[in-house]
Ligand binder design. Structure first.
Ligand code: ZN
Length: 329
């Protein structure tokens, strides 16, 4: 029980970023509107929406030093009470990693080289290595990176993408599974990945969908999310960095997309000029009261309970399995 309160307390404590004002990380614009003043745990946190392109980002934006310290030592211990993966996260990530890999398999040849940016506990890289791919990861959390190395013998850099020296390495697939929204300069990150992707390589990106009008308005606002994407802003930032979505998307989601590499930045990257105004209108309507009064909010409850029970059962089973001695065959 004490672990439960430790996690809850860690979440409700405000992250002490000072930060500084930055122009929009996607388009460089300086005209923005405040769309949120609290994070999901009701701590003060200002999120703004760029009036030119529609990207959502923190203002003030934490500095590189503040972010390095936060991700290296605090992110996981605050959110789950441990700086290493728990039985629950291992079980959950193993399951999702296998599903993700199965959907990405058509883009991969045998022996393909994969880089996972934000490798977490290494479950995706482990599943990929078991299927014969060459794997490498980047994970800024010291505890998670150590776990990847010690538990699975994976090659994982314990640093941010900006601080990782990849030399002249080239990859067939680069994956960013819920990591791009944690970067203060996602455009520069994607440009860097473009440089390390083979000409016929693919980029997988999954981010929370800030364009879904039916979620709790504060759901995705927290100090770890520097930027918030919609389908439109994700496609635009990828185009600016030199990527285009593949025609047949395997994941069926607006903000989980596979991209092919273009030779260079797409000059026509600003392809949704009306998006910012539409998004601003949408955010004006997204109030807590409106959300609580909407019947849609409650249609989702049975699905949420079912998800909670399934992940709970999975974590109990995997905790039991971890304690049980391995049978010798
Ligand atoms: Zn912008």
């Amino acid at each position: 029980m004490s672990a439960f309160f430790k996690i809850r307390w860690g979440r409700y404590r405000r992250v002490a970023f000072t930060g500084s004002h930055q122009p929009c990380p996607l388009c460089g614009g300086n005209d923005s509107v405040v769309i949120g003043r609290l994070d999901r745990w009701f701590n003060p946190l200002v999120n703004v929406l760029c009036r030119r392109c529609g990207l959502i980002f923190l203002d003030p934006m934490p500095t590189d030093e503040e972010l390095d310290r936060y991700y290296r030592d605090q992110f996981w211990s605050r959110s789950q009470g441990s700086d290493e993966p728990t039985a629950k996260t291992i079980a959950k990530d193993t399951r999702y990693s296998r599903g993700r890999l199965a959907l990405l398999a058509p883009f991969l040849k045998l022996g393909a080289r994969i880089l996972d940016v934000g490798a977490g506990g290494g479950e995706f890289l482990l599943a990929a290595r078991q299927r014969g791919y060459e794997v490498e990861g980047i994970e800024p959390s010291a505890g998670y990176a150590r776990y990847c190395r010690q538990a699975y013998g994976l090659e994982v850099h314990a640093a941010t993408l900006a601080d990782t020296d990849l030399g002249d390495k080239q990859y067939d697939l680069i994956t960013c599974n819920h990591s791009l929204e944690h970067m203060r300069d996602p455009l520069r990150a994607l440009q860097r990945l473009h440089h390390h992707l083979k000409a016929d390589g693919h980029l997988y990106v999954s981010v929370p969908d800030l364009g879904d009008p039916h979620t709790w308005p504060l759901r995705y606002f927290h100090a770890g999310h520097m930027c918030g994407f919609t389908h439109e802003t994700l496609v635009m930032i990828a185009a600016k960095a030199g990527f285009a979505p593949v025609e047949r998307q395997p994941f069926g989601s607006d903000t989980t997309l596979v991209f092919r590499r273009l030779p260079a930045s797409d000059a026509n990257w600003f392809r949704f000029p009306d998006h910012a105004a539409a998004a601003e209108q949408q955010w004006r309507r997204r109030t807590a009261l409106r959300h609580l009064l909407s019947p849609r909010t409650y249609w989702r409850v049975p699905g949420r309970i079912s998800y909670f029970l399934r992940t709970r059962a999975l974590s109990i089973r995997s905790a039991v399995a971890l304690k049980r001695p391995q049978r010798q065959t």
